[in-house]
Structure formats: structure tokens, C-alpha cells
Design a protein around this ligand. Structure first.
Ligand SMILES: NC(=O)c1ccc[n+]([C@@H]2O[C@H](COP(=O)([O-])OP(=O)(O)OC[C@H]3O[C@@H](n4cnc5c(N)ncnc54)[C@H](OP(=O)(O)O)[C@@H]3O)[C@@H](O)[C@H]2O)c1
Length: 325
């Protein structure tokens, strides 16, 4: 298989595209050959040594998600057969032409999703669903504030929340992208306007924080009674000052979360719940993974730079079959 390899820690100079032996699925594992691979901000942080790789995961091949066709099943696999399409989370090794995943971390890809959408869905949608629905308990009629709404997780969160009947206020930094986020069903504004709007409307029941420190004071000030802030994204070393009595008077709750380090059983529960509550909406075309752009595998360095650059709408992919110019 061809894959992205990190030779140690650093900048673009540590990134190589290499041919490696095809990995073989173990007990309860399947091998998937995806057409595309989703690139995430965490892949850049891992390259820089700022995103620890869980034990038992290949340290030098990055990539947190997979969506594609099953080509081999290990002993004991019952949920999938060769030829099925599956998508889900992996703890590493996702930026590769063949990816190994435990069958319980996977769900069947609905026919409505093409190869790009299948690759773009897992990390963004599972992160968003887990944070706003399972952890923060967003309900129909609630108000959700999403900070950093135009990227992969943000566009997924807006769509899931709208689908569930919540009102969504989206804090979108890029003026050009606000109309596109608004088309997903949110009121898309710049940060200060978003906080003011939420406060005028009675406060946010849930705040999804995808950027970190710059928004935390505004988040607390914008909470409804009993509101929940869930921090999903922050820069390494980010520190924020909040007014604790404002959190207390709103009886607010402040939470943080990560996906990658969770044990298999927790990830399996999340994937199954996601399959039950959100995949049918994907199958019906009511929510859809949004792809900004796919880079040829040989341009992985450019793809990693692009992930970190401002102005994207949705996900960045690697085209695993495209060897570029
Ligand atoms: N905890 C977890 O398990 C988990 C899982 C997945 C992702 N994450 C984290 O969640 C965050 C979002 O992930 P993603 O995949 O959606 O990333 P992404 O596609 O790069 O999106 C990031 C979004 O944040 C916006 N943004 C960045 N700085 C901003 C600022 N100062 N003010 C307003 N908006 C700003 C970006 O807008 P511009 O285009 O204007 O820059 C973009 O819309 C990342 O930090 C990622 O590492 C965490």
C-alpha cells in the first residue's frame, strides 16, 4: 500500500509518501481500501509532536478515520463481508491505501454517500454528534452556538443540530463563508455578533467550542440557565479567563472532550448510537459530509498546510489513487 509516513517530529520535511506491505486484519478486524482519506488538524499536530499517539497504534502513519470498501476480514468478523462499504474511527494509520479497523469501530456506509463523502464523514460527524448530542444533551428547540462553524466538525454540527430541530447560531470568521453556513440552516455571524444574537434570544443551551481560548469569556456570557459549553478544539497551551460567578449564576457546565484516546468499547458505543440516530439522516440526504477539496496523495504536505490555513468550507481529503502531475 502507499501511505503518508512521518519520519520523526517536525515540519513538512518529515513527511514522505512510501510503499509499505499491506497490513493484515487480526481477530475482529477488517481491512479497508478507501479511495480517499480525511485529513484532520490533529494530523498536523501529530507531525509536530503535539498530539500523542495512543499505545498500540502505528506512530509513523497518521490518520484518524476511514471510509471505503472492505477487502479482507479477520477471524471472527461478523458485521462486514468483503465488498461492503464501511466507515468509522481509527486511532492511527488512516492516511493509507489500506487501513485496519476493528469491526465495532465501523458502521455501514449508506448508498447516498459517494467515496468522497464516506471518507469525509467519520471524524467530523462522530465528533460533532458525540459532543453536542451525547455529552451536551442538545434537544429539539434548544439553541446551539457553534464557534468555528465553517470547518469539518462545524459544518457537521450545524447540520446535525438543524436536523434535530435545534436553532443554530454559527460563529464564522470568514465573511465569504457565512452565506454557505447559513444555507445549512444556521444564523451565521462574526464572533461578537454571534454572542450578542444568542444573548438576545435567551442564551445558548449548548456551546460547541472548536477554536478555544478567544471565545471562552463570550461563551460563558452567552449561556442560558443550565447551559453547557463543550470544548472540542483548542490550541496546545491555550489558556482562558472566565468569570466564574457568571458560570455559577447561569448554573452552567463546562466540559472538554477527546475521541482518539477512548477505549474501543466507548468508541464502539458511539459508532452504534451514531448509526442509529444520524446515519439514517445521511441515507435520506438530510445531512451530508461537505468536502472542500481533495489533494493527490503525493501532495500530502500541501494538504496538511491547507488544513491549517483559514478559509476552508468542510473537509480536506487525500485522493489515494491520484499520483498528481
Ligand atoms: N476533541 C476531539 O476529539 C476532536 C475531534 C475532531 C476535531 N477536534 C478539534 O476541533 C477543531 C475543529 O476541527 P475541524 O476538523 O472542524 O477543523 P477545521 O476544519 O480546520 O475547522 C476549524 C474552524 O475553526 C475556525 N477558526 C479557526 N480559528 C478561528 C478564530 N480565531 N475565530 C473564529 N473561527 C476560527 C476556522 O475558520 P477559518 O477558516 O476562518 O480559519 C474553521 O472554520 C480542531 O481544533 C480539531 O483539532 C477535536
Amino acid at each position: 500500500m502507499r501511505c503518508v509516513v512521518y519520519h520523526g517530529v517536525g515540519g513538512p520535511e518529515v513527511v514522505a509518501i512510501e510503499e509499505r506491505p499491506d497490513p493484515v486484519p487480526g481477530r475482529f478486524e477488517v481491512a479497508i481500501e478507501p479511495a480517499y482519506a480525511g485529513v484532520n488538524p490533529a494530523d498536523v499536530l501529530q507531525r509536530e509532536g503535539k498530539h500523542p499517539v495512543p499505545a498500540g497504534t502505528p506512530k509513523d502513519v497518521p490518520g484518524l478515520e476511514v471510509g471505503g470498501r472492505v477487502v479482507a476480514c479477520g477471524e471472527g468478523v461478523t458485521a462486514f463481508a468483503e465488498g461492503d462499504r464501511a466507515f468509522g474511527l481509527v486511532s492511527g494509520g488512516g492516511l493509507a491505501g489500506r487501513v485496519i479497523a476493528h469491526e465495532r469501530e465501523l458502521f455501514a456506509v449508506p448508498d447516498a454517500l459517494d467515496d468522497q463523502a464516506a471518507a469525509a464523514a467519520p471524524e467530523a460527524f462522530l465528533t460533532a454528534f458525540d459532543a453536542i448530542c451525547l455529552q451536551a444533551g442538545l434537544g429539539s428547540g434548544d439553541t446551539l452556538l457553534v464557534n468555528g462553524a465553517s470547518g469539518g466538525v462545524g459544518t457537521a454540527a450545524v447540520q446535525i443540530a438543524v436536523h434535530l430541530g435545534a436553532r443554530v447560531v454559527a460563529n464564522v470568521r470568514s465573511e465569504e463563508l457565512r452565506p454557505r453556513v447559513a444555507e445549512l440552516g444556521a444564523t451565521a455571524l462574526q464572533a461578537d455578533e454571534a454572542f450578542a444574537h444568542v444573548q438576545e434570544e435567551g442564551g445558548a443551551d449548548v456551546v460547541l467550542e472548536l477554536v478555544g481560548a478567544p471565545h471562552m469569556a463570550g461563551n460563558v456570557a452567552s449561556l442560558a440557565r443550565g447551559g453547557r459549553i463543550i470544548v472540542v478544539g483548542a490550541k496546545p497551551g491555550d489558556e482562558a479567563t472566565i468569570v466564574l460567578r457568571d458560570l455559577m449564576s447561569r448554573r452552567g457546565r463546562l466540559m472538554g472532550t477527546t475521541l482518539r484516546t477512548r477505549p474501543l468499547e466507548e468508541k464502539a458505543r458511539l459508532v452504534q448510537e451514531f448509526g442509529r440516530r444520524i446515519v439514517p439522516a445521511m441515507a435520506a440526504g438530510k445531512v451530508r459530509p461537505i468536502v472542500d477539496r481533495a489533494f493527490p496523495l503525493d501532495e500530502a504536505v500541501a494538504a496538511l498546510d491547507y488544513v491549517r490555513a483559514p478559509g476552508k468550507f468542510g473537509k480536506v481529503l487525500l485522493d489515494l489513487a491520484d499520483r498528481g502531475g
